[in-house]
Design a binder for this molecule. Structure first.
Ligand code: HEC
Ligand code: HEC
Ligand code: HEC
Ligand code: HEC
Ligand code: HEC
Length: 502
């Protein structure tokens, strides 16, 4: 039981010292991130700001401001909604002497509760250990306190529970803390939407990002790209954990509004893309803000890798034991850069790159230049990241990102610039037929006809490059638009390979 003497001169200083004490103990042991230190409400504890003694509450209060009301001698704290009484003054003790229990004056009693911040406990009673979740010793898990000023521990009435933390457990919004002096109402005010959050939320809700955890069990290796929580853990070098109730790739994956106080992007440093070829090292993807996208839209490792050094070898073979013998689905980053395809040294078609790979307009911000252009009716562009929409039966293409004087000067009605996409579609179809005739490709599941029980052996190994290239272009999902020249040169070489032309 904390028992502090009711001597007026010591009262406020003592209480503040106790409160600040929590903060200093916690800081040393629990914080993992320097930026959150010393901050009003963070994952580590609470700092109050004493504003002085006033007749009326100070104007424009901020969370955790504390002031002394000179009318009723109460110490008030602002809980972000209203001023609530934190401590009220007891009767004066006898000046200069230490009060003896039960003889005169009153004590401050404080009791603690470890409920999570979202689980407000009932008001304590008795000596502060009832109901059972209240205890009189502080623990590192304490989130709630209550106090009273009474002549004995069992006397008087406990005050309403005060939440000591805006943090709690693994709560997503809280796990990285809040920026010091963050003004919550900047974003959370019903009658003002300065950042157009509602619009962004709506757009996001029609994007596939809003479905990203659906359709598979979020296995531990999947969460880093398919959930906000996993992405956060990965990007901050934390161990990946499985949480049954993960959330899709949402606002807090790409932004960090609470910690940064704005909607700048969480991370935009270049991404080292994995290479699935023997002897080929990783390559750096660097397209400005688009780097954020490539942190997920990137290849994953596969077993049984091809060796480009053996692209003209005649007698080797490759054993494929997985039906998913491709670099997952997020190959768009590779495709834009013109990497990741199997290139034969003696292929008949030269490997070339589209202007998309290096044009300064795209180098600047990559993926978002096209996918986040201003769209219509919140169904394309922006946070939908969607470029094709069907409106009253007719397909509409968002070409705002394409029609730039130096790029595509005249209005475009489809993405099929000069019939390039039609040609890629045709070549992709041809290759698909050739691969399925060979029984390498299962066209029903769009996977490889291979498993550990029934491995697919291809000889010479370089011939499997055709299968590899098929998946690269197909899984990219843009029908070659990201890098039409590269996609098409890979397809044409692959077709020639399957036809035995080289
Ligand atoms: C820069 C903008 C911004 C500021 C400032 C901000 N938030 Fe948020 N906050 C968001 C966004 C965006 C979301 C998620 C969007 C959504 O689901 O509405 C969110 C979600 C939340 C949630 C989850 C519940 C919910 O409504 O989705 C809580 C709780 C929350 N914020 C508390 C706070 C508190 C407390 C503060 C001030 C200390 C604060 N926020 C300041 C942008 C902000
Ligand atoms: C490196 C990041 C990353 C990891 C790790 C990852 N994925 Fe994905 N996954 C993506 C991206 C990005 C897409 C979407 C690509 C697209 O739509 O073109 C995707 C798409 C998919 C799809 C296709 C969904 C559809 O709508 O067609 C499935 C299924 C899938 N992932 C399953 C998994 C599973 C299961 C795991 C874990 C074993 C996993 N992913 C791990 C990034 C990842
Ligand atoms: C997949 C990543 C991603 C997700 C998820 C995402 N954003 Fe964004 N957001 C971006 C990118 C990229 C930009 C920058 C666009 C630009 O600069 O043109 C942006 C820009 C913004 C902006 C404009 C910032 C400015 O300064 O103009 C706001 C506001 C915003 N996002 C809010 C949200 C909200 C709210 C959510 C959740 C509903 C959300 N975003 C989800 C990637 C994302
Ligand atoms: C945290 C990981 C992550 C980030 C960051 C991310 N994405 Fe995604 N994205 C995904 C996943 C996962 C899917 C697939 C969802 C599914 O299929 O269920 C997806 C789907 C998409 C789709 C829809 C694909 C389809 O098949 O319709 C587009 C377009 C897209 N992302 C573009 C972007 C762009 C542009 C950015 C950067 C602003 C970005 N993504 C950032 C994970 C991410
Ligand atoms: C030059 C403009 C441009 C750039 C840059 C670009 N894309 Fe695309 N992307 C497109 C177009 C156009 C499509 C085809 C859209 C359609 O048919 O709806 C597409 C398709 C996609 C798809 C498949 C969507 C679907 O509906 O299946 C995904 C996923 C995607 N892009 C992600 C990305 C990512 C990630 C990046 C950056 C690495 C990127 N894109 C860069 C223009 C672009």
């Amino acid at each position: 039981m904390k028992n502090h003497h009711g001597l007026k001169p010591f009262l406020y200083a003592t209480v503040l010292a106790i409160v600040l004490h929590f903060v200093s103990c916690e800081k040393g042991t629990h914080s993992t991130d320097d930026e959150t230190l010393g901050h009003p409400i963070d994952t580590t504890g609470m700092v109050v700001e004493y504003r002085g003694a006033f007749v009326v509450p100070p104007a424009d209060p901020v969370l955790n401001w504390v002031y002394l009301n000179t009318n009723d001698s109460g110490l008030y704290i602002y809980n972000d909604t209203s001023w609530i009484l934190m401590i009220s003054d007891g009767s004066d003790g006898i000046n200069g002497t230490v009060r003896v229990n039960g003889t005169s004056g009153k004590n401050i009693f404080i009791t603690y509760c470890d409920n999570s911040f979202s689980n407000r406990p009932a008001v304590p009673s008795g000596d502060g250990t009832l109901p059972a979740q209240w205890h009189t010793n502080y623990t590192p898990l304490t989130s709630w306190v209550s106090q009273k000023i009474a002549s004995s521990a069992t006397d008087g009435t406990w005050g309403p529970p005060i939440c000591f933390r805006m943090t709690g457990g693994n709560g997503l919004v809280y796990f990285e803390g809040f920026k010091p002096d963050l003004l919550c109402s900047e974003c959370h005010t019903p009658d003002k939407d300065s950042f157009q959050i509602i619009e962004k939320k709506w757009q996001w809700s029609v994007s596939k990002h809003s479905e990203s955890t659906i359709g598979f069990e979020p296995g531990i290796s999947c969460t880093e790209c398919h959930t906000t929580e996993g992405f956060f853990q990965k990007i901050n070098g934390l161990p990946l954990t499985i949480d049954i109730n993960t959330t899709p790739v949402g606002c807090f994956a790409c932004h960090s509004p609470h910690k940064k106080g704005d909607f700048s992007l969480r991370r935009t440093d270049p991404v080292l893309l994995f290479s699935n070829f023997i002897g080929v090292s990783r390559f750096s993807f660097d397209y400005g803000k688009g780097n954020l996208c490539a942190k997920c839209h990137r290849p994953r490792a596969v077993m049984s890798q091809l060796d480009p050094g053996k692209s003209s070898a005649a007698n080797d073979s490759i054993v494929i034991t997985t039906s998913r013998w491709f670099s997952h689905y997020g190959v768009q980053s590779q495709m834009l850069m013109g990497k990741g395809g199997y290139e034969w040294q003696n292929g008949p078609v030269p490997i070339i790159q589209s202007a998309h790979t290096s044009a300064s307009q795209i180098k600047s911000d990559g993926c978002i230049v096209c996918h986040m252009a201003t769209g219509q009716n919140n169904s394309s562009g922006g946070h939908t990241m969607n470029l094709t929409t069907v409106n009253q039966g007719s397909t509409e293409y968002l070409t705002t990102g394409c029609v730039i004087p130096a790029c595509h000067p005249s209005p475009m009605t489809t993405f099929d610039d000069n019939g390039k996409i039609t040609e890629i579609r045709k070549n992709l179809d041809t290759l698909k037929i050739l691969l399925s005739q060979r029984h390498w490709l299962d066209t029903l599941t769009m996977t490889v006809k291979a498993s550990t029980a029934a491995p697919l052996v291809i000889s010479p190994s370089n011939k499997a490059g055709a299968l590899w290239n098929y998946f690269l272009v197909a899984n990219d999902g843009s029908e070659g638009i990201h890098n039409a020249k590269y996609a098409n040169s890979l397809l044409r070489n692959s077709i020639a390979k399957m036809r035995g032309q080289f």
